[in-house]
Design a protein around this ligand. Structure first.
Ligand SMILES: [Fe+2]
Ligand SMILES: [Fe+2]
Length: 157
């Protein structure tokens, strides 16, 4: 039977995995742009991470975690986090359209910067607030969120 700490650990661990993978791939784009003046392969890898992991994660948490944050005090925070998802999606679209290495590197770095700030808000502001809300059953949300994530991942494959 999962408890609140389990879902917080599961989500923060997944955030760490996504952030580490993102940092590695963005670093590869920036390094390739700097040294080769071309970065098509690392951009393709970064786009794959966004499409198969980061976007499905964002969709799943909007469906499950953000949907559970119905307290009036949480609404502005959740609205701002949805804005950040939109920013990330916009940057992912821009990455798909860039035609020069410098634009790819700049866009990749912007994605990393937005993602790091966003994850920190989720870990340090949203999750503790949800854990403290007696109307939210966080442990029950974990399997639902994992199932949604798998569904969105399969749709992106
Ligand atoms: Fe998010
Ligand atoms: Fe997240």
């Amino acid at each position: 039977m999962p408890v609140t700490a389990d879902i917080i650990n599961a989500i923060t661990h997944h955030h760490t995995e996504l952030q580490d993978a993102l940092t590695t791939r963005v670093g590869a784009v920036v390094t390739a742009a700097r040294t080769n003046g071309s970065c098509d392969d690392p951009v393709a890898e970064l786009r794959g991470l966004l499409a198969h992991d980061i976007v499905p994660h964002a969709r799943a948490e909007e469906d499950v975690l953000y949907a559970a944050a119905t307290a009036d005090t949480l609404r502005p925070l959740v609205a701002g986090m949805i804005f950040e998802h939109e920013t990330l999606l916009g940057l992912a679209d821009r990455l798909a359209a860039v035609t020069t290495a410098v634009d790819a590197a700049a866009t990749a770095y912007a994605i990393e910067a937005v993602f790091i700030g966003h994850v920190r808000r989720e870990n340090e502001l949203l999750l503790p607030a949800l854990a403290a809300d007696p109307d939210v059953d966080l442990p029950a949300l974990l399997p639902v969120m994992e199932q949604r994530f798998a569904t969105y991942q399969a749709a992106a494959a």
